[in-house]
Design a protein around this ligand. Structure first.
Ligand code: RAM
Length: 501
């Protein structure tokens, strides 16, 4: 814990003063048909009374603290000023109200406040940190005798990402450039005291997200101490039997969540592996190796004599938010992928690898003998289903030589594309990476453009937690008002473009 605390990064502050007064328009080309149009008015020239509203557009996504001047004009202020203030990452959020929200995630994440001000003039400073580009201010009431006037809005934007460290890439392709830039902004706005998953929600450190953020970080800001901090945090807070939580909270003091995901725990190994490839750090390796080994040993308890991974409800595999497909083969492949990485670490530690090698052999044998369908050229699942996730993870795990992996991905494109019912950039990242890995660069870029590029076309400044191109308004949690539109696991084009393009 001490070593983790030593790596807490300073937060950089940037003052944002530029904004436009905008109004919502109907625009079929934008997310949910909600567009914006700049209004040619001065904010300070608006005298606002009961029911009036104004929307400020800060021209890009920011994470930070908002403040604004307010004074009254007209008769003396004979009643308080009541305001409703809403913060939104995308304009479409304004199409929803919190009173309509009935989803399963806490309503408290909705970025909205009701404020009473007894005395004007004042500088209204919001103590809470928000993730937003737009601020909507609605005057609930003044009194018939006076009006409120707003001026000098400001954001103090925060991030631990240091722009001077950024090694930015440029691309001839306009769309790839846009995707890359929005990926960088997404990563930056999630870099706080840890790598947060989303600065609007859940504002915490998830291991599956960390793995991808760390990869994007190595390709851009290279602030490896932040990865180090996060690895130590996870490593320091295991269960009694050594299991790592899927996520941890850091405020007011670090505490692990009581949620466990099989693949996320295993990815501690992969994240450690990647970190050590970036930075030779024997001390960290010494501190964390046994914890990594524990994840492997715990996971191997779920593998039977025949090399089949048998998961239980208490320790589910994530793979993707969708539960519409059978994840057994993807889980088997993730385990194979991780054992291979673990063996590299074990070799460096001079650990006798024999047990792990045997388990790997068994698991690969099971995959080839029981799950591989030579006729079809695809992996099936234990429930006899052919899905994309199975192929993708088997290819990433290099279960077959590269030539065959390519054939698998070609078959995947032929028989299982277009991607359907997958709504997370998390799963899309792995699909794109498997295409690149198998040498199908053109297909990989095509998919990246049709997915992340589509978000750009719909108006994204940063990439979203969830997006289903077939149902753009789909939310994982029942309403877009609760969705996170700047989400860690969608920054992956930064890494993918650096590594493969
Ligand atoms: C959601 C978050 C987070 C992810 C988990 C599994 O709650 O979006 O980023 O890792 O799901």
């Amino acid at each position: 814990m001490e070593k983790s605390a030593r790596c807490i990064p300073p937060l950089h502050h940037e003052e944002i003063h530029d904004f436009d007064v905008v109004e919502l328009t109907k625009d079929d080309k934008k997310l949910e048909g909600v567009g914006i149009e700049i209004k040619k008015v001065e904010l300070s020239a608006l005298t606002m009374r009961k029911g009036d509203r104004v929307i400020l557009d800060f021209q890009d996504h920011h994470v930070g603290y908002f403040s604004i001047n307010i004074h009254s004009v007209g008769s003396p202020m004979d009643a308080p000023l009541t305001l409703q203030v809403r913060f939104a990452e995308v304009a479409a959020e304004f199409a929803y109200t919190s009173s309509e929200y009935d989803g399963w995630l806490s309503k408290s994440w909705i970025q909205e406040e009701m404020i009473h001000l007894d005395v004007l003039p004042c500088r209204l400073e919001f103590p809470r940190r928000y993730a937003f580009r737009y601020v909507e201010i609605t005057v609930i009431d003044t009194s018939p005798k006076w009006q409120a006037v707003f001026s000098e809005p400001k954001i103090i934007a925060v991030s631990s990402a240091d722009d001077t460290k950024l090694q930015k890439r440029s691309f001839d392709d306009w769309m790839l450039q846009k995707i890359y830039d929005a990926g960088i902004k997404t990563l930056k706005d999630c870099m706080m005291d840890v790598f947060e998953d989303g600065p609007k929600r859940d504002r915490r450190l998830w291991l599956g997200d960390l793995r991808l953020q760390a990869q994007a970080n190595y390709a851009s800001f290279r602030q490896n101490d932040l990865v180090k901090r996060c690895l130590y945090l996870f490593g320091a807070m295991t269960t009694i039997d050594g299991k790592i939580s899927a996520n941890v909270f850091t405020s007011p003091a670090p505490v692990p969540d009581d949620t466990f995901l099989f693949d996320y725990s295993l990815f501690f190994i992969d994240t450690l592996y990647d970190y050590l490839n970036e930075e030779n750090n024997p001390e960290l390796f010494d501190d964390l190796f046994d914890i990594a080994r524990n994840q492997m040993d715990l996971a191997l308890r779920y593998v039977d004599e025949g090399g089949k991974l048998k998961l239980t409800e208490g320790y589910p595999v994530f793979v993707d938010w969708s539960n519409e497909f059978d994840k057994s083969t993807a889980a088997q492949a993730i385990m194979i992928y991780t054992i291979k990485r673990f063996l590299v670490l074990a070799e460096k530690k001079e650990i006798d690898p024999i047990f792990y090698e045997r388990m790997l052999e068994k698991m690969e044998r099971y995959a080839i003998d029981k799950l591989w369908d030579e006729q079809k050229g695809l992996f099936r699942t234990n429930e006899n289903e052919y899905n994309i996730a199975s192929q993708v993870w088997m290819v990433l795990a290099d279960v077959f030589p590269m030539k065959k992996s390519r054939e698998i991905m070609e078959k995947t494109v032929e028989l299982l594309f277009p991607v359907r019912n997958i709504a997370t950039p998390y799963m899309y990242s792995h699909i794109v990476e498997a295409l690149f890995h198998a040498g199908m660069k053109e297909e990989a870029i095509k998919l990246m453009k049709s997915y992340w590029g589509r978000m750009i076309e719909l108006g994204a400044d940063t990439f979203w937690e969830a997006f289903d191109p077939d149902h753009p308004s789909y939310s994982l949690y029942g309403s877009p008002i609760i969705s996170s539109y700047c989400h860690a696991w969608s920054c992956t084009p930064v890494y993918l473009l650096e590594k493969y393009v």
